[in-house]
Design a protein. Structure first.
Length: 192
């Protein structure tokens, strides 16, 4: 059983996986490679003044997450159900992935959250009809099930969904450890 499984490896999911893996939590980043970001040309992402294509951003995000220690699992999740002291993801290839906490980063399609019993409400972004209802930390009303990014009502802009994935991951880590988690590295002093 993983500590955390993240469904979707677009900007929100990859960002969440980077934080949970760096925190030492066993992390599965489960992805069917269907991110809408793959169709984007992004010219408004901080630190990328020349822009970046969606496919390159998604691929870099996955590489960063696996370098941080997340395990990338390429499959499509078809069901979420309770399992022991966590939840189980059922994949279309027959695999079952169990985790104590799941972060849904489903992009524009909240159907998997609805199937898992999470409440879905009307969306607020243009062309986003429905989103997963979450509290201020990113929790759904299903124990152990969280949501981040566009499916949780944030703007579709990649920099915002990536930030939301990180925010929800920090909240998951903090909940697991019962204390606020902070992940900051400091540059070494000159000459060291």
């Amino acid at each position: 059983m993983y500590d955390v499984a993240i469904v979707g490896a677009g900007p929100a999911g990859a960002s969440a996986a980077i934080f949970t893996a760096r925190a030492g939590l066993t992390t599965a980043l489960v992805d069917a490679d269907q991110s809408v970001t793959r169709r984007a040309l992004i010219r408004n992402h901080l630190g990328l003044p020349d822009g970046i294509t969606g496919p390159e951003l998604v691929d870099r995000g996955k590489q960063h997450a696996t370098a941080a220690g997340a395990e990338l699992v390429t499959t499509k999740v078809t069901e979420i159900r309770p399992a022991g002291d966590g939840l189980a993801l059922q994949a279309d290839d027959g695999r079952t992935i169990e985790a104590r906490h799941i972060i849904l980063c489903l992009g524009v399609n909240p159907e998997l959250a609805r199937q898992a019993g999470a409440r879905v409400v009307a969306g607020t972004e243009p062309r986003i009809k429905e989103i997963v209802a979450v509290d201020a930390a990113g929790r759904t009303d299903v124990p152990g099930l969280w949501a981040a990014g566009t499916c949780a009502g944030t703007s579709v802009h990649t920099i915002i969904t990536a930030g939301d994935g990180a925010r929800v991951a920090i909240n998951v880590i903090s909940a697991i450890r019962s204390q606020r988690h902070v992940d900051h590295d400091v540059m070494p002093a000159p000459g060291r």
